[in-house]
Design a binder for this molecule. Sequence first.
Ligand SMILES: Cc1cc2nc3c(=O)[nH]c(=O)nc-3n(C[C@H](O)[C@H](O)[C@H](O)COP(=O)(O)OP(=O)(O)OC[C@H]3O[C@@H](n4cnc5c(N)ncnc54)[C@H](O)[C@@H]3O)c2cc1C
Length: 374
Amino acid sequence: MKKHLVMVGAGHAHLTILKNLEHIVKNGDTVTVISPGNYQYYSGMGPGMLAGRYRPQDVRFDVKKMTVDRGGTFIKSRVVKIKPSQKLLMLSSDQTIPYDVASFNTGSMVALNSKQFMGPNVFSAKPIENLLAARKQILEHRADLPVSVTVVGGGPTGLELAANVRQLIVGHKKTADIHLIAGKKLLGNFPLKARKLALRFLAAKKITVIENAMAESFDSQYVTLSDGRRILSELVLLATGVRPSSIYRDSGLQTDNYDGLLVNDYLQAIDYPNIFGGGDCIGLRSQQLAKVGVYAVRQNPILWHNVMAKMKGGPLAKFVPQKAVMLIFNLGDGTGLFCRKSVVWRGRLAFKLKNTIDTKFMRRFQLSGERKEP
Ligand SMILES: Cc1cc2nc3c(=O)[nH]c(=O)nc-3n(C[C@H](O)[C@H](O)[C@H](O)COP(=O)(O)OP(=O)(O)OC[C@H]3O[C@@H](n4cnc5c(N)ncnc54)[C@H](O)[C@@H]3O)c2cc1C
């Protein structure tokens, strides 16, 4: 019997299935991709796009074209509810889509009480497109006055955003007062050496780091901190960690403590074997994984194999996460901060390595003439 595969979200973990859609369609099965946008941006190159190192065309996949060119149906919308026992998906566009097999790769969003941080000058680090809007606003600022930018979040994303805002400013001969509100500690979950190198780098770039204080609100002029300090801020970038949306919990599916769709080692929902998931939106039952793109990328072949096995019959493959992940943070000035377990160093070679890995990944999946777009 012919089957209908629905892919919800066209994130990093779904790219291999997207690339191979025609193999599914050739069998007479049908595929629908539901995504809120025609483009999927590659987050690893987002900070570089903010600084101007990469053009938007260099860091995005045309997931609509990728789907349609391979015989799938693309629906620009978002899933708001899943009815797993009826195998139905409810969309924000009021459509109801039936499925035989569904795969979810809906990512995550910046976790912060958004009511406290609202307005046209506030940009969260996700979706990555926000960084383009932030870039535009910084470039439109009066050239004769410094622009005050506050980055909220002391993790790798906060570090990368602050560093790349500085690079954007330097590259356009502008001036800026940049603050990084790091919460308890900058890079608190990383080895001490990473923290020291990052603090030294930020001091050299005249980026003021505030530790032991939380940003609590923004009133369109000032960010107020938990210790009462107020930081003049014309533009605020939020990088306060991410979590999945609540659609899985709201739909009665089993979730982890962070609302991620709970999956077994086959990336399969616990009570519904015809539902799969990958990337930031899942919680692996056997171990908790950091929300990093590296895992989403590694889940690609497993999701492709398991979705096909579910459609045609056959054994499922296990996802075995790598023991240690290599992370390289783009510091904007042509250097990177390399972290893998206790191996930490900063230099041009680190950024070169990151750029090589990232551009290689883009070339594998940019199959729709993205880089030639005007
Ligand atoms: C600035 C920045 C830099 C980063 N750099 C790195 C890095 O260098 N290395 C690294 O390993 N990690 C990095 N990360 C982490 C990385 O972004 C995430 O781990 C990665 O994006 C996860 O991929 P994903 O496919 O799960 O989610 P996403 O990339 O978020 O994709 C999910 C997609 O699903 C869509 N979607 C959401 N909700 C719905 C819905 N209800 N219905 C349909 N579609 C939906 C979204 O619009 C999006 O297109 C970075 C993160 C940020 C913010």
